[in-house]
Ligand binder design. Structure first.
Ligand code: G3P
Ligand code: CA
Length: 238
């Protein structure tokens, strides 16, 4: 069972910043998960919320900032003033760093299109993945099934994953229609009959967001492929 740092090593560093990704990598995670939104001028930036308010010293929607404006925000002090030098990374910046590593780190790019359907974000993200030649290291996921559909139409081969909450009954049918390769689910789904049905049908189960290591044995027994966690240190030491 592999470990992905959820929003990087976000339990101990400000989420979705370079230091959170670098620290996750340095302790040996198999991959990192990150969230992508788009600025007013169409730049892809790594931030979870549609608004900058919670994780920066700014206010307002990402979509209303120009890239050069959003890059001036402090994305670390909200977590701890010692991280005041952290800014919102561009997707390019993260992918360039991943490409430069001396090992193959998986990058799970979550398209944050569930609330704002950013025009052409799927095409832009794929272009960046191609630019850095990371096709075989990337998994694109989204809660927005239209986004997953568009990714698959644009690229028949890139790894995609259906992301959802809870234990819906029709996941196998949706996965087949969307031609995704994996399932990003909560632990309760992975441990359910529905979850096991997905695994038996060849869909790897990647579980978010597990921070309590006492779940490990049950998830191993359910043959979960990946745990996404804010605290990769707790799991890598097991
Ligand atoms: O991709 C798994 C997980 O990150 C989805 O939820 O809200 O943390 O982006 P959220
Ligand atoms: Ca996410």
């Amino acid at each position: 069972m592999g470990i992905y740092g959820h929003r990087g090593f976000s339990g101990c560093y400000p989420e979705n910043t370079m230091i959170a990704f670098e620290e996750a990598e340095s302790i040996g995670v198999d991959g990192i998960e990150l969230d992508v939104q788009m600025t007013k001028d169409g730049e892809l930036v790594v931030i979870h919320d549609e608004k900058v308010d919670r994780t920066t010293n700014g206010a307002g929607y990402v979509k209303d900032f120009y890239y050069n404006q959003i890059r001036l925000l402090d994305a670390g002090s909200w977590f701890d003033p010692k991280f005041s030098n952290q800014i919102i990374p561009s997707l390019s910046e993260v992918l360039a760093w991943v490409k430069g590593l001396d090992r193959k780190l998986t990058v799970n790019i979550e398209l944050k299109t569930d609330r704002i359907d950013y025009i052409n974000i799927e095409k832009k993200v794929l272009s960046k993945v191609y630019e850095y030649q990371l096709n075989d290291q990337v998994i694109i996921s989204s809660f927005n099934q239209n986004s997953l559909k568009r990714v698959r139409e644009l690229d028949p081969f890139i790894q995609t994953a259906l992301l959802f909450i809870g234990v819906p009954a029709n996941v196998l049918e949706e996965a087949r229609i969307l031609r995704v390769n994996g399932i990003h689910c909560e632990a309760q789904f992975a441990l359910s009959i529905e979850g096991q049905k997905m695994r038996e049908n060849g869909y790897p189960l990647r579980v978010y967001t597990v921070n309590d290591p006492s779940y490990v044995n049950a998830l191993k027994k359910a043959r979960v492929s990946i745990i996404m966690t804010d605290f990769p240190n707790r799991f890598l030491s097991l």
